[in-house]
Design a binder for this molecule. Structure first.
Ligand code: NAP
Length: 293
């Protein structure tokens, strides 16, 4: 079994981005600037936004966070989106999800200028990705593809099974894995909570991408020998073995599935770090105007 070391790959990419930023800002040019809108006090969202800000600093980007109480009104949030759409010093921005129930998430996503939509959630970017045009591809699927590319996993002609059909992971990654690209060119089966005979399907996978949000759901009996496994899930569980009293696990039972896999991405240190660098890559593209030029 070979580990797909997302952390190491992400560090490499950050070094490349930092070099590019130095080159592009030679003279007096301002660096790329990523902004984030954060609503409420969800600890996971706060951690995620803070780690994005840290990553920006590491590569020489500017970053800013627009933080609001959870009772912000929808019109007020829309005004902030509009403000960032029009700010020439902001190259890209994200609206950290989930938003409180009284705010229509789709309305906010669709208000973001697609040219600044570095999260790749706007229908224009999703549509462009689907038909193979240059697009901002959302961070997690993009990170998975980059991981497969850099780990030199040959995907063409393989059977890829994707567990999960969410708009942020399962659906887009299934589209990318079926695209006429390398990585890609796979025959894709998408499974979800209404799929019957799941184990029979996962056992046929050459490449198994798991994004279902169920702790250690995939076990050794569900995979064949030699499978490539990408584990997207993240769960924080109690542990008596760590100082913090917690540890992170994925959607896959790592210990037993890694015995059969040819390659596997761990949790932590797999897809998570790749997601953050993907956002940096998208922001750099926005700064260089590479997608909509
Ligand atoms: P989500 O929106 O909850 O979607 C879960 C998907 O899994 C749904 O399509 C659901 O089917 C399907 N599903 C649920 N139970 C299933 C079962 N028993 N068998 C087959 N399919 C099943 O989750 P998500 O946002 O895609 O995230 C998935 C996991 O990835 C979570 O643990 C999340 O924390 C993690 N994540 C990690 C990163 C990262 O950067 N590493 C980024 C994003 C998400 P239905 O559509 O039928 O409900």
């Amino acid at each position: 079994m070979k580990l797909i070391d997302g952390k190491k790959i992400a560090e490499q990419i950050k070094t490349e981005i930092a070099l590019k930023v130095k080159e592009l800002t030679a003279g007096d040019k301002r660096p790329p600037h990523l902004a984030a809108i954060l609503v409420g006090n969800d600890p996971a969202s706060e951690t995620y936004v803070a780690s994005k800000a840290r990553a920006c600093k590491e590569v020489g980007f500017d970053s800013s966070t627009y933080k609001f109480e959870s009772d912000i009104s929808e019109p007020e949030l829309l005004r902030t989106v509009e403000f960032l759409n029009n700010d020439p010093e902001i190259d890209g921005f994200i609206v950290q999800l989930p938003l409180p129930d009284h705010i229509d998430e789709q309305k906010i996503i669709q208000a973001v200028n697609p040219h600044k939509d570095v999260d790749g959630f706007h229908p224009e970017n999703v549509g462009r990705m689907t038909i193979g045009l240059p697009a901002y591809i959302s961070a997690t699927p993009n990170g998975i593809m980059e991981m497969l590319r850099r780990a030199k996993i040959n995907t063409t002609g393989k059977h890829c099974v994707v567990l999960g059909r969410s708009n942020i992971v399962g659906r887009p990654v299934s589209i990318l894995m079926s695209a006429a690209t390398e990585p890609g060119n796979t025959t894709v089966t998408v499974c979800h909570s209404k799929t019957s005979g799941l184990k029979e399907i996962t056992k046929q996978a050459d490449i198994l991408i798991v994004a279902i949000g169920k702790q250690e759901f995939v076990n050794a009996e569900m995979v064949k020998d030699g499978v490539v496994v990408i584990d997207v899930g993240i769960h924080r569980i109690e542990s008596s073995r760590t100082k913090s009293g917690f540890k992170l696990v994925g959607d896959v039972k790592f210990d037993e599935v890694s015995e059969k896999a040819s390659y596997i991405s761990p949790v932590p240190g797999g897809v998570g770090p790749m997601t953050i660098v993907s956002l940096l890559q998208n922001t750099l593209k926005a700064y260089q105007n590479l997608i909509y030029s």
